[in-house]
Design a protein. Structure first.
Length: 403
């Protein structure tokens, strides 16, 4: 019987671990879903603002396409949640079945104990059983046996009650999971319907732009030239910042320990840097890639575009020093911040609230984002660069920001 109790203890330890791993996965998917829903609410708000301008723009198409992508991710997330819940429901069904089997075994064994006690009580008197022992030690052992036997009966009764409570708890949790699954299935159907409507809206807007395609191609070619000019400008500024020469003698110095430490600290925060704005969504990705609306046209992005609110404050993502402030026709005012061997650039600013060589702390405001008066677009240009040899290297900011 002791082996059976050991089995129950092992089962009691194993089941919570098994169900806990599944609950962790469901919890992770829920957090991911909340983030996607938040992003959809933000882009939906931006689309409404753009429509209020009563003037279509390429940005409205890009934002709508981003909304579609995010909603598809949300649908996939819901599908994964449903699968995880179905798996947990199946596991709970197995647990309930095992607990019921254990309960029946416990009841059977308890019934046998009660029956044996009843039979023995009719033939033997407990006191006679104890005092009929040939020696005092035997009498003591018999008394001890009766006590252990009584405690064992009480333990069996407690195990039965515990098994019954566990079964009721598992059934209640299973019902809660079934209810959650129903809600998720309803949500999935709603999201699929919204996805279909947004796809229709995107197709309609693309058709409206077809006759303007030549104009937009010219605009994108002009922007590509401007991007290359900005790239050259930033490379030049970083190269100058990294030069450590004496005014006379031309001797080259290495980075100071402080600059090395700052650069190393920046690098250790990859994937953990705060966003340069408190509210926003990435609407333009890093690198050279097909245009989201005109895929035959390749476009280059030195960083990422973060769509945000009008007059949104822009914050530096890491402690550093203002290296340069300059103006470009494409990104308006730009601020370049030195973080040792790394640099961050913030473009499309309406106003700048810092000065050159000013020391900055993390999340310190450096200006406000510019809003296009015609399209209503408020998109921050955010870049990360690393000094590497003779030429700085562009990095993908999306990999450095906190997820």
């Amino acid at each position: 019987m002791s082996a059976y109790i050991k089995y129950l203890l092992i089962l009691a330890l194993f089941i919570p671990l098994m169900l806990g791993a599944q609950s962790d996965e469901i919890g992770r998917l829920k957090k991911e879903r909340e983030k996607l829903e938040q992003e959809i609410r933000f882009t939906k708000k931006k689309i409404t603002e753009i429509k209020s301008k009563k003037k279509s723009s390429m940005h409205s198409l890009v934002t709508l396409k981003k909304q579609l992508q995010t909603r598809r991710e949300l649908v996939r997330n819901i599908e994964r949640q449903i699968k995880a819940i179905e798996h947990e429901i199946r596991t709970k069904e197995e647990v309930i079945k095992a607990l019921n089997e254990d309960l029946e075994r416990l009841k059977d064994e308890y019934a046998r104990l009660i029956y044996k006690t009843y039979i023995h009580s009719n033939h033997y008197d407990y006191l006679l059983f104890v005092f009929s022992a040939p020696t005092f030690n035997d009498a003591y052992n018999r008394l001890k046996y009766l006590k252990i036997y009584g405690e064992y009966r009480e333990k069996q009764a407690a195990l039965i009650k515990e098994a019954q409570a566990n079964i009721q708890r598992e059934i209640a949790e299973q019902e809660a999971l079934r209810d959650e699954k129903k809600k998720l299935l309803k949500s999935e159907r709603e999201q699929q319907a919204l996805l279909a409507r947004e796809q229709e809206e995107l197709s309609r807007q693309v058709k409206n732009f077809e006759h303007k395609e030549a104009f937009y191609r010219q605009e994108m070619a002009r922007k590509e030239r401007a991007v290359r000019a900005i790239e050259g400008k930033i490379e030049e500024l970083i190269a100058e910042a990294m030069k450590k020469k004496e005014k006379s003698g031309g001797r080259v110095y290495s980075l100071t320990p402080e600059a090395k430490a700052l650069g190393a600290s920046f690098e250790s925060n990859k994937g953990k840097l705060p966003w340069p704005v408190a509210h926003g969504s990435i609407t333009r990705n890093f690198g050279k890639r097909p245009h989201p609306v005109l895929p035959s046209q390749m476009v280059t992005s030195l960083g990422i575009g973060i769509s945000t609110n009008k007059e949104e404050p822009v914050r530096v993502v890491f402690p550093g020093t203002v290296e340069a402030i300059f103006y470009t026709p494409t990104y308006h005012r730009m601020v370049l911040v030195n973080h040792g061997t790394y640099f961050t650039a913030y473009g499309n600013l309406k106003a700048v609230s810092v000065v050159k060589q000013q020391k900055l702390s993390a999340l310190q405001e450096i200006g406000t984002v510019y809003t296009d008066p015609e399209s209503g677009e408020s998109e921050l240009e955010f870049q990360i660069w690393k000094s590497s040899g003779s030429k700085p290297v562009k990095l993908n900011p999306a990999l450095w920001l906190y997820k």
